[in-house]
Design a binder for this molecule. Structure first.
Ligand SMILES: [Fe+2]
Length: 299
């Protein structure tokens, strides 16, 4: 019976239904205080935790990490090398968005990004639990940027939500619920799972750092595509805003969070590396999945 359950979960975590189930659960966990009836109860967790364990085992089995950096200095070198490889490997997809994608194709990608960008401030809030001192300040500054430096209309999730209908409109009849690549859901769910389950805190911080530090390049290429299609300024504002902001976030996360953590406790280096590598693997599948929907469904 146990074996059968494990097998079922191992399959389910790689299906659209399984990832939709996880996503719905995470959104219930992050329900607003005004909707307490939707927040999961203890008994609701049993099935989800099984699915998460299976998913984590699956992702761990796919990464190759033979030489784990032994100290902060080695980790920094390892991380910089990974970031450089990342840039080269994702370049063809972002060149396509910059130079060739139609407005509907570009819009599909912006719409899929809602899986991450829609709840990003809660993820940052959860990433600083338990920290103190300068490390906590680094994430507090990051969070305050997410809060639009105190201006409600400038809160990043609100800026994103304001632009979303414009891009959705460009998709015409395409039903995102039907054509959502599993990898797009995984890309969002991974961060939510890492943020909501404290045992993944090291993986969360590794994944977040790689994500933020690669934003300036990724968004600059997307903005080039938006320029080609004369996307109105107010709808490209979210992406404009994040090029300088996330360049700083990435830098601060490395210098004030990851490296101090690696110095304090070298055992966390393995988790940081796993977070980077797992996020990276899913990210590459996500771009391939998005590209395949663009090629098949949109022109
Ligand atoms: Fe942001």
């Amino acid at each position: 019976m146990t074996n059968k359950l494990i097998t079922d979960d191992a399959i389910a975590c790689n299906t659209l239904a399984g990832q939709l189930q996880l996503n719905a659960f995470y959104l219930r966990e992050l329900a607003p205080p005004s909707a307490p009836e939707t927040i999961p109860l203890a008994a609701d967790y049993a099935g989800i935790l099984g699915l998460e364990t299976a998913w984590n085992d699956y992702e761990a089995s796919r990464i190759e990490l033979t030489d784990v950096p032994a100290n902060a200095e080695q980790f920094e070198e390892w991380y910089i090398a990974l970031r450089n490889t990342h840039r080269k490997e994702v370049a063809p997809f972002f060149d396509f968005l910059a130079e060739d994608a139609s407005l509907p194709q570009l819009s599909l990608f912006v719409s899929l990004e809602a899986q991450v960008d829609g709840r990003f401030d809660d993820i940052i809030a959860l990433s600083q639990l338990g920290m103190d001192g300068d490390m906590k300040l680094a994430l507090a500054e990051n969070y305050w940027d997410e809060m639009g430096l105190g201006d409600v209309d400038e809160m990043h999730t609100r800026v994103f939500t304001r632009a979303a209908p414009y891009f959705k409109e460009q998709l015409g009849d395409l039903d995102l619920d039907v054509h959502m690549p599993i990898s797009a859901l995984k890309n969002g769910n991974l961060l939510l799972m890492y943020a909501l389950r404290r045992q993944h805190v090291g993986r969360l911080l590794g994944a977040l750092t790689l994500l933020e530090q690669t934003v300036p390049y990724r968004f600059t290429r997307m903005l080039k595509g938006m320029d080609r299609h004369n996307v109105p300024k107010e709808h490209r504002y979210y992406h404009d805003l994040h090029v300088p902001v996330d360049a700083n976030h990435g830098k601060q996360l490395v210098a004030r969070v990851l490296l101090p953590l690696a110095r304090q406790n070298p055992r966390i280096i393995l988790d940081l590396c796993e977070g980077c590598l797992i996020r990276y693997g899913i990210e590459k599948e996500y771009y391939a999945g998005a590209r395949s929907v663009m090629d098949r469904q949109l022109h």
